[in-house]
Write a protein of this length. Structure first.
Length: 289
């Protein structure tokens, strides 16, 4: 898609922000004697998961983090939990990540909560989600945290603004509420059961969309000069597209993230950031003993 110069200025690309954060991570790791290691547990043979893991591997290599993938074609829940407990007790492992989604045969929530919160690089254990909502220190969801970093990089004022999120997942919507409240935003969560969705989206100073429906948000659903964060990713006519019809809304909004090259870049970057944060928090606990 070709945009005019004035329209190009409205695009919030993830790459420049991600580069800045990766430079910080790399510099920090260079001053650490220990090896930082992330273990990714992948179950099954989902092609999309394979691509996501490769993206994680690339970012970890860039900043100096070792990534190990443990791949199971099939595994029983008890065996998986025992593996997580083993990794929790392994002092050489800095972070643990379960590549989601996993089969419906597993109790995903129970499995996630077996991860030591200090090694929970996804920030989705009950402990880390609760710490976020209470405004305490913790590890935050990579996507939600990446959105906050992106807004900060592009100097988007959050305080007092009406932020509408169309998503209530533990990866995006719920953790984003906690992070936005820390910045004194007024936050509304919408979802599939929300009645008259357009009434909410048209009042949003900042609109975050993560519904997985291509070009779901159009010009008539947004407020003039609003900031739009598009987290959705779908394939349409052999192209990767977001939840927002960028071409339709670009002349009405103030800023918008593209798909691809927007939030996705930030998610993998914040994963590396979280590995570093896990290391620091583990060191704090060790030093307190």
């Amino acid at each position: 898609m070709m945009l005019g110069d004035n329209m190009e200025d409205k695009i919030m690309y993830g790459k420049p922000c991600a580069i800045k954060i990766k430079e910080y991570i790399k510099k920090e790791i260079e001053n650490i004697k220990d090896v930082l290691k992330l273990v990714v547990i992948w179950i099954g043979d989902d092609e999309a998961s394979s691509i996501y893991i490769k993206n994680k591997q690339k970012v970890c290599e860039e900043v100096g983090i070792e990534l190990e993938t443990i791949h199971y074609e099939n595994i029983e829940e008890k065996e998986l939990i025992n593996k997580i407990k083993e990794l929790n007790n392994d002092m050489t492992v800095t972070g643990i990540l379960i590549q989601l989604p996993i089969s419906d045969k597993f109790n995903t929530e129970e499995i996630i909560n077996k991860i030591n919160p200090l090694k929970d690089v996804d920030g989705i254990t009950d402990c880390n989600l609760g710490s976020n909502l209470k405004g305490n220190k913790g590890i935050f969801s990579c996507t939600a945290f990446g959105i906050m970093k992106l807004l900060d990089y592009y100097k988007v004022d959050i305080e007092g603004k009406n932020v509408v999120i169309i998503n209530r997942s533990v990866l995006v919507g719920k953790p984003l509420v906690g992070l936005l409240l820390r910045k004194n935003a007024t936050v509304t969560i919408c979802h599939s059961k929300t009645v008259n969705l357009k009434e909410y989206t048209k009042k949003a100073d900042i609109l975050v969309v993560a519904v997985g429906k291509p070009h779901f948000i159009k010009k008539d659903m947004i407020k003039k000069n609003s900031v739009i964060i598009d987290v959705g990713i779908s394939r349409m006519n052999n192209k990767i597209v977001g939840d927002v019809n960028l071409e339709d809304v670009i002349d009405k909004c103030k800023l918008i993230t593209p798909v691809p090259k927007g939030v996705g870049v930030m998610t993998t970057t914040m994963l590396a950031y979280n590995v570093l944060e896990c290391y620091k928090m583990q060191k704090e606990v060790t030093n307190e003993r």
